[in-house]
Design a protein around this ligand. Structure first.
Ligand code: FRU
Length: 493
């Protein structure tokens, strides 16, 4: 694996042409996605600033141009009319050089559109000459002409009563209140994850610390909470968070989790009262830093996109100098005590052709590079093997055992195995059995929606040239579509 010097990781981008050769090289990768957003070059991580404005959806992603390394982060801007096809608009927020408040990275944040501007809230990751970290909460204003204007001074610096791990501002307009709220993911001095709340009457100034969010029962849950957010869905409230440096049962050695707690938020006492336990958002392997669109009119639902990747791990494309993509957008609703995640209805537009899978004589079918597979499961055990070889061997195994009422996704059969320490198999109970699977396959990912969004398993996968087959065992009815290209892999910096 390549080692990066500090100078290489934090090199400032001066001229887009510096990236052209890298872009051309990675364009040839068989793992470039066809309907998922991915890093134009280098590394992509969190989705940021997801809003509807000026008749389109705006989304930004954390981007390090130089390679598959968490170095100097920028906000790269993409837009879409329908959340299905996307266009690259180029880099939006660049770190200031030398002594700037964000001299070592424009870190994650959120957005709020007002009038003809989008206000972008982000963390300025500052390092002194001796590499001491300081976190600043910063603001930029993006006009409809696409040019951002950074405010010269941060809205506020870090709170001295916590460690310097303070980041990922989420701006919130609570219906019926004039005050704006901002949540910041943080760490207490005795290393516990928490959320800091700031308030202001104005979006552009006047922000003051209102207190630490109380979440009874979760005072000791990981040592840092990244990307916190509180969403209103179907008249209920959901706290989304990424607790770090803890393990959870059934999730191997994984130290970074993205999950949610249902409950109710009292903005006066800054207390989020849980109504139940912490649930992971995604039962698969590669999903983190999920963000919801900030200004949906319909408060029954929310739309969520996550980074299809994890911190502190590496991926097979690292050697090609790129890594990371985003998940498909998912519509969130609440059923009982669970969040339900379904692919957006608009994603049907991705369908190109319905094909009748032809069996190759070994009980195995060809798996298109970009495909949607739906299975109605009638009764009994089911096994779906994706990315197998021509003989039906290997690949990712999706197994439902009816007697145990459990579904398991196991990726240990792939030729290219990675992040083994995270565990290669995940199981989720299905109290009511399995009746439906909807599976989206792209060049290097698979998203498996179980029982109309009751559970989702998201995984990166790097099939070799012989691993493009699938087979199904059990009493099922299969439908298969090839899918269209939906992201233009365009060199736009
Ligand atoms: C989460 C995260 C954020 C941070 C960003 C930096 O993946 O670590 O907390 O702002 O990534 O890229």
């Amino acid at each position: 694996m390549r080692t990066w010097t500090k100078e290489e990781r934090y090199r400032y981008l001066k001229d887009p042409q510096e990236l052209l050769a890298l872009y051309q090289a990675i364009s040839a990768s068989p793992y470039r996605q066809t309907f998922h957003n991915q890093a134009v070059t280098g590394l992509m991580n969190d989705p940021n600033g997801f809003v509807w404005h000026d008749n389109k959806w705006h989304l930004f992603y954390q981007w390090c141009p130089w390679g598959a390394v968490h170095g100097l982060k920028h906000w790269y801007h993409i837009v879409s009319k329908d959340l299905v096809t996307w266009k690259n608009l180029g880099v939006c927020l660049l770190p200031d050089q030398e002594d700037g408040y964000d001299n070592k990275g424009v870190y994650s944040g959120s957005a709020m559109p007002i009038g003809d501007k989008i206000y972008l809230y982000y963390t300025g990751n500052h390092r002194d000459a001796d590499w001491t970290r300081h976190a600043y909460t910063c603001l930029a204003r993006l006009g409809n002409d696409g040019w951002p204007e950074k405010y010269p001074l941060p809205l506020f610096g870090s709170n001295p009563d916590y460690t310097e791990h303070q980041r990922d501002p989420k701006i919130i307009k609570v219906p019926g209140r004039d005050t704006y709220y901002m949540l910041i993911g943080a760490q207490t001095k005795d290393k516990r994850g928490c959320v800091l709340v700031y308030t202001s009457e104005e979006l552009q100034h006047g922000w003051t610390f209102a207190g630490e969010l109380k979440v009874p029962g979760f005072e000791n849950f990981g040592d840092m909470w990244e990307c916190p957010s509180i969403e209103q869905i179907g008249g209920r409230e959901v706290l989304l968070l990424c607790p770090q440096h803890m393990t959870l049962p059934g999730r191997g050695g994984s130290q970074n989790h993205n999950g949610y707690i249902l409950g109710s938020m009292d903005w006066d006492s800054l207390t989020f009262t849980p109504d139940g336990q912490f649930h992971v958002l995604d039962f698969g392997f590669d999903s983190y830093a999920a963000a919801c669109a900030n200004n949906l009119q319909d408060s029954d639902k929310a739309v969520l996109i996550a980074w299809m990747g994890l911190p502190d791990v590496s991926y097979p494309t690292d050697e090609e100098d790129w890594a990371g993509c985003l998940t498909l957008p998912r519509e969130l609703t609440i059923r009982g005590r669970r969040l339900i995640q379904q692919p957006l209805p608009e994603l049907r537009k991705l369908r190109d052709e319905r094909i009748h899978p032809e069996e190759n004589g070994n009980g195995v079918y060809a798996l298109p590079r970009a495909a949607e597979l739906q299975l109605d499961c009638r009764k009994g055990d089911v096994e779906v093997d994706l990315f197998t070889d021509e003989e039906g061997q290997g690949g990712i195994k999706v197994t439902y055992i009816d007697a145990a009422k459990e579904i398991t996704v196991d990726r240990s059969g792939m030729q290219t195995r990675f992040n083994l320490e995270e565990g290669e198999s995940r199981t989720r109970p299905l109290e009511n059995g399995l009746f439906h699977l909807r599976i989206f396959v792209d060049s290097s990912s698979v998203e498996i929606f179980v029982n109309d969004g009751d559970a989702v398993f998201t995984s990166r996968v790097f099939p070799c040239s012989s691993e493009h087959w699938f087979r199904v065992q059990g009493d099922t009815f299969i439908r298969l579509w090839t899918l269209k290209r939906a992201v233009k892999d365009q060199f736009l910096i």
